[in-house]
Design a protein around this ligand. Structure first.
Ligand code: PAF
Length: 282
């Protein structure tokens, strides 16, 4: 196996990728913002099964942060991340600088449709425009055959699938189930910003989604009642501040009033200044 390559400009990344594909190798991309954890590595393992060469991108994208404090506090352990990628047999890391990603004069954005205005989009204005713009740029630099995303960011996955199809990008967008710690809390780079007490309290998030699922299994179909059952778990946790819990159509993300077919429950909960999201297919 040849040594892992690290690229920090789109041109260098694209040259390697073009060469790989010219040699008949299928290329997979795992886009990340670094602070890699086991959830990311599950995406890398999945990518390995789908392609001959795996690229991990690491870039904390300023465009998708609606709060400057969140952007500033986002963890950036690049050396650790590179060591994790090398140990996992990643073929190339694309870790552009902000100047390489957004040079002066940068002036083009990818505007997602109504699907991006709901849920997360309503609470984080501009977030998905930042995500679609950077993912389009990552797709342009890496030109992967397939890109692998986690289902934890359910709306992000839906928005990116829409973008890839609508803009004829020809890139397969694959999804991997959320990876969880033993207590059920979804793995997230933001978890490392929680105090031990907040981390323990965060178990109320998967439990609230479990409560929704249990109420549904017991025959409840009314969304307001299902949401109340889930919300109660968060409201009873003193370190948690409920933001939203909604039950939506799995593709259009439109709000439902009754659950008579497949649906997804999506939620966001604050612990101090850390916002955690999670979801569960119903
Ligand atoms: O999910 C993430 O880590 C980011 O939103 C992504 C897809 C890498 C774009 O910056």
């Amino acid at each position: 196996m040849s040594a892992m390559q690290v690229f920090d400009t789109p041109d260098a990344m694209r040259a390697w990728s073009d060469e790989s594909r010219a040699a008949g190798r299928r290329v997979a991309l795992v886009p990340t913002m670094g602070a890699l954890h086991d959830g990311h590595m599950a995406l890398v393992r999945d990518a390995r099964g789908r392609a001959d060469a795996v690229v991990v991108s690491i870039f904390v994208n300023p465009l998708q942060f609606n709060r400057p404090d969140d952007f500033a506090a986002y963890p950036r352990p690049l050396d650790d991340d590179l060591a994790i990628c090398a140990a996992a047999g990643v073929d190339a890391v694309y870790a552009p600088t902000a100047a390489a990603m957004y040079p002066s004069g940068f002036d083009t954005h990818v505007e997602p449709g109504a699907i991006a205005d709901r849920l997360e989009g309503a609470f984080r204005p501009g977030h998905f425009r930042g995500v679609t713009t950077v993912v389009a740029k990552l797709f342009g630099a890496v030109r992967p055959d397939v890109a692998v995303f986690g289902q934890k960011d359910y709306q992000q996955l839906t928005v990116i699938r829409r973008m890839s199809a609508d803009l004829d990008m020809g890139i397969e967008v694959a999804a991997m189930p959320t990876v969880r710690d033993a207590d059920g809390v979804a793995m997230s780079s933001r978890n490392r910003r929680l105090t031990p007490a907040q981390r323990a309290a965060a178990v109320c998030v998967p439990r609230s989604l479990q409560a929704v699922s249990d109420a549904l299994a017991a025959g409840e179909r009314d969304v307001a009642t299902l949401v109340a059952a889930g919300r109660a778990l968060v409201d009873s946790e003193p370190l948690a501040a409920f933001e939203h819990l909604e039950i939506v159509h799995p593709e259009t993300l439109e709000s439902l009033t009754r659950v008579d077919h497949d649906a997804v429950a999506v939620t966001a909960v604050w612990f101090g200044d850390v916002r955690l999201i999670d979801n569960r297919l119903l």
